[in-house]
Design a protein around this ligand. Structure first.
Ligand SMILES: N[C@@H](CCC(=O)N[C@@H](CS)C(=O)NCC(=O)O)C(=O)O
Length: 215
């Protein structure tokens, strides 16, 4: 049985979608991304950084969303969420997951956690502004990479598409972020991923609030 330290709106939601797709039993352990609230000690024991997702299984634990994604998809090849070691798309799959993690997510962090990137509170406004510009730059690279392809890897759906969808849900145009309308290839994939039952379940609240806003 997998256990996932979880918080609404966080990167743990993408991991939960993958667990749903795999179809094995899992348990969510409620955590938080609220910086004023404590994290469960069991979560901190695995990830002293205090962020989610954190996955537990068979007495072991790990963190980092991209690493958990690779780990779970390799452990459950029957779910067909990732190219195998010798398949031609394996390189692009790994490249995209790592790029999402170290470049697109870092752009989001620069905006959402500017104190981690700015030396003084006064510098945080600039960090946020740079974060928004970096979002534009890094999403454009993905949009160009996708081009006319149906999915991130071309004709084959994969966990990289789920990851892409999760990251698009963090774009907040009301806060000055770009909208997915600027990245039509990304948007096409995100819209298709949203139709999957796993995503409808995990993102039900997000999908409902988006529909209420008429977007
Ligand atoms: N590099 C980590 C980043 C995870 C991350 O930033 N998680 C956020 C929510 S999306 C979080 O837990 N924030 C609260 C905190 O940093 O304490 C990953 O990809 O798993």
């Amino acid at each position: 049985m997998y256990k996932l330290f979880y918080a609404q709106g966080s990167a743990a939601m993408g991991v939960r979608v993958i667990l749903e797709e795999i179809g094995k039993p899992y348990e969510l352990i409620q955590s938080t991304i609220d910086m004023s609230k404590p994290r469960p000690p069991e979560q901190l024991a695995v990830n002293p950084n205090g962020w989610v997702p954190v996955l537990l299984w068979e007495g072991k634990g790990m963190y980092e969303c991209a690493a958990i994604t690779v780990f779970l998809c390799d452990r459950h090849p029957e779910a067909n969420l990732a190219p195998g070691f010798d398949e031609p798309d394996r390189g692009r799959y790994l490249q995209t997951l790592v790029y999402f993690s170290n470049t697109v997510q870092t752009a989001f962090q620069t905006f959402y956690y500017p104190d981690r990137f700015a030396d003084t509170p006064a510098d945080e406004v600039g960090a946020r502004r740079r974060g928004i510009r970096r979002l534009r730059e890094s999403w454009k690279v993905i949009d160009d990479q996708v081009g006319d392809n149906e999915w991130v890897l071309g004709e084959r759906f994969s966990a990289a598409d789920i990851y892409l969808f999760m990251l698009t849900t963090w774009l907040a145009p009301s806060l000055g972020h770009p909208t997915t309308a600027e990245f039509p290839n990304v948007r096409r994939i995100a819209d298709a991923v949203m139709l999957r039952p796993s995503v409808q379940l995990v993102y039900a609240d997000w999908i409902a609030s988006r529909e209420n806003q008429g977007s």
